[in-house]
Design a protein around this ligand. Structure first.
Ligand SMILES: *[C@@H]1O[C@H](CO)[C@@H](O)[C@H](O)[C@H]1NC(C)=O
Ligand SMILES: [Fe+2]
Length: 437
């Protein structure tokens, strides 16, 4: 009796606090979704997703069971009529007893900006459509890391579907397949409605590695399935690359690739930064998996080494915003550098709350560090709208019992508009000449 009353009271409290947005009672993790494997013609495209592939180009990726299915895409700007055709490449891999389907990658373009294209993969139904990003600001990113494929993932994806965005950014931990290769296929199916319509730009997390020492290299499945524009951006690894969209230059870095000052990644990053033109891309964003600023107990300190190696470079380059995942919670920092508030440092945002089966990271260090502006362990996603060269609006939408609720938002001023860039360009110049005298 007493127990019943307690449950009644606490569930009323939960409803009440969800309404007022105060102490939201966080839901438990949800199970991995079941996917009945519907039989289809073996050349019919599955797991369709698209990504940016250099200026005015996009890469269409899909999987067929049929190993002889062609790797070409018919596309055009009118429903059911395809003026263009592009030929691409394919790959496949095996992993212990598992054999992947044929994984196709086809680059299409040049494409017009901010335009809907209709396309068919390998000449097969159904027809898909995508929208290219705009050439100029404003541009909107949807951001969700550590997605997985649980009931909460579905909730997050439903919310993103309702948002009017141009590019999806995923800072690592996609499928949570964790060696079960079939789960990569079901993840591809789960995200297809979104990922076939807007570019999905991803970087790797620990769940992508799937390394078996002496037997299987790391990132085998990830690299085969989620090919990102590393060649187009001068990187020789799919684990780090960059892209431009509208007025934003985004560097997708690798927490699981060597990042020391003598590494390929570091050298590539310096070269990439030296090419950035702030007139053309006033905003500079970096994204990777393991946070450098994290006041949660989960994964505490894991980002320290990479931070020590790369933070001075990102600071000198004038990075505006850093988007990371890994910790299954949400946290936003003030502008910060080397642990101290700094008006010319980046804003760090941990958004590893996409909804995977592992659940939330509830425990925080007290007191809340000075640099930590907002933190909460709930599922959700972020929306980042770059309005113009000086203003961006960041919003965090919590999955409030399956309803998206904007629980945090903040206007971010660009470092350019804050007068931070002159000194920083000089500092970057110094770093570049010190390393390449
Ligand atoms: C940029 O957008 C902000 C927010 O909407 C606005 O207040 C500001 O005037 C805009 N700046 C310019 C130069 O248009
Ligand atoms: Fe992770």
């Amino acid at each position: 009796m007493e127990l019943k009353l307690l449950i009644l009271v606490s569930s009323c409290l939960a409803i009440f606090s969800a309404v007022v947005g105060a102490d939201y009672v966080r839901p438990p993790p949800r199970k991995t979704l079941d996917f009945p494997w519907t039989p289809r013609s073996s050349s019919s495209p599955r797991q369709v997703h698209v990504s940016l592939a250099g200026e005015k180009h996009m890469r269409i990726s899909w999987v067929t069971d049929d190993k002889s299915a062609p790797s070409h895409v018919h596309y055009g700007t009118m429903l059911g009529r395809y003026e263009f055709v592009a030929q691409g490449e394919s790959t496949s891999y095996s992993y212990l007893l598992y054999k992947s389907g044929k994984i196709h990658h086809v680059v299409i373009g040049p494409l017009e900006d901010d335009k809907v294209y209709y396309y068919k993969c390998g000449g097969e139904d159904p027809e898909f459509h995508l929208k290219t990003p705009p050439a100029k600001l404003p541009v909107t990113f949807a951001v969700a890391g550590d997605l997985g494929q649980s009931g909460w993932t579905k909730s997050t994806l439903d919310h993103i579907y309702r948002c009017d965005y141009d590019v999806h950014l995923l800072p690592g931990d996609l499928s949570y397949a964790d060696y079960m290769q079939r789960k990569w296929d079901t993840f591809g199916e789960l995200v297809q409605p979104l990922a076939s319509a807007r570019p999905w730009m991803v970087t790797e997390g620990n769940h992508e590695e799937e390394l078996i020492p002496l037997v299987k290299d790391g990132f085998l499945s990830y690299n085969a399935r989620w090919k990102m524009p590393h060649e187009e951006s001068g990187s020789d690894s799919n684990l780090y690359y960059s892209f431009n969209v509208a007025g934003v230059h985004v560097m997708m870095l690798g927490s699981y690739a060597d990042y020391s000052e003598n590494s390929e990644q570091y050298r590539w990053l310096m070269k990439d930064l030296s090419k950035v033109n702030r007139e053309k891309t006033p905003w500079l964003v970096a994204s990777f998996h393991v946070p450098w600023y994290n006041s949660n107990f989960a994964h505490q300190g894991e980002g320290e080494e990479m931070k020590r190696a790369m933070e001075p470079l990102l600071y000198a380059a004038g990075v505006d915003i850093v988007l990371v995942g890994h910790v299954h919670a949400y946290e936003r920092s003030t502008r910060v550098y080397k642990g101290k508030l700094n008006p010319c440092g980046p804003v760090h945002i941990t958004i590893g709350d996409g909804g995977n089966r592992e659940g939330l990271a509830h425990r925080y260090h007290e007191p809340q560090p000075e640099w930590s502006a907002f933190r909460e362990a709930s599922f959700g996603h972020g929306e980042l709208e770059f309005v113009n060269a000086s203003h961006a609006l960041w919003s965090w939408l919590r999955n409030d019992d399956d309803e998206p609720m904007r629980a945090d938002h903040v206007w971010i001023s660009s470092l350019g508009s804050l007068g931070c860039l002159n000194g920083q360009r000089r500092a970057l110049g110094k770093i570049l000449t010190a390393l390449h005298p």
